[in-house]
Design a protein around this ligand. Structure first.
Ligand code: FES
Length: 166
């Protein structure tokens, strides 16, 4: 014959089980939210062939346009997201790809576009300036250097990856 469960134990088990069930409903989304960026790492590590060979890259920054296909939450822009980079070799011969997004308020910076400030990246919105190495010129609106894209070379061709925040 089965063991009898007292009314007190029955209530303890029932309430305990219900509380556990409700707690898991709250905790699971919190844990998932905390861990999700770690699980998603690598998704953003998409590298794009920008149709440029290494020997076409000089110490003079050149504007390179490319398209990235990725989802932002549920949204995936039709035809991909059009991006631009300023690509050059630095004084050590390493390839650098700067984001053209001004670190002040997000306008687009251009290379050597203001005759007053030769050999600098210039932002026309509020006269933001950056040296050739991407460092912001002190005393101008931007307070940080330009961000850089990750880059790699495969079969002599440049691939551009995600932006690394400066
Ligand atoms: S947005 Fe570039 S200087 Fe303000």
């Amino acid at each position: 014959m089965g063991k009898k469960v007292s009314r007190r134990k029955f209530l303890t088990y029932t309430l305990g089980g219900t509380a556990g069930f409700l707690a898991s409903g709250v905790l699971f989304p919190m844990v998932r939210f905390a861990v999700d960026p770690v699980l998603k790492q690598g998704e953003g590590e998409q590298y794009v062939d920008v149709n440029l060979t290494v020997d076409q890259i000089t110490e003079e920054p050149r504007s390179v346009e490319f398209t990235v296909h990725r989802k932002d939450g549920w949204y995936e822009p039709e035809g991909g997201e059009k991006l631009t980079a300023w690509v050059m070799k630095d004084e050590t011969g390493s390839i650098v790809a700067f984001s053209p997004i001004c670190k002040h308020l997000g306008c687009t910076v251009n290379w050597n576009s203001n005759p007053q400030f030769k050999n600098e990246f210039f932002c026309p919105c509020h006269f933001g300036r950056y040296y050739k190495d991407g460092t912001n010129v002190p005393g101008t609106p931007p307070t940080k250097p330009l961000d850089r894209y990750k880059t790699k070379v495969e079969n002599g061709k440049l691939l551009i990856g995600p932006v690394e925040k400066a």
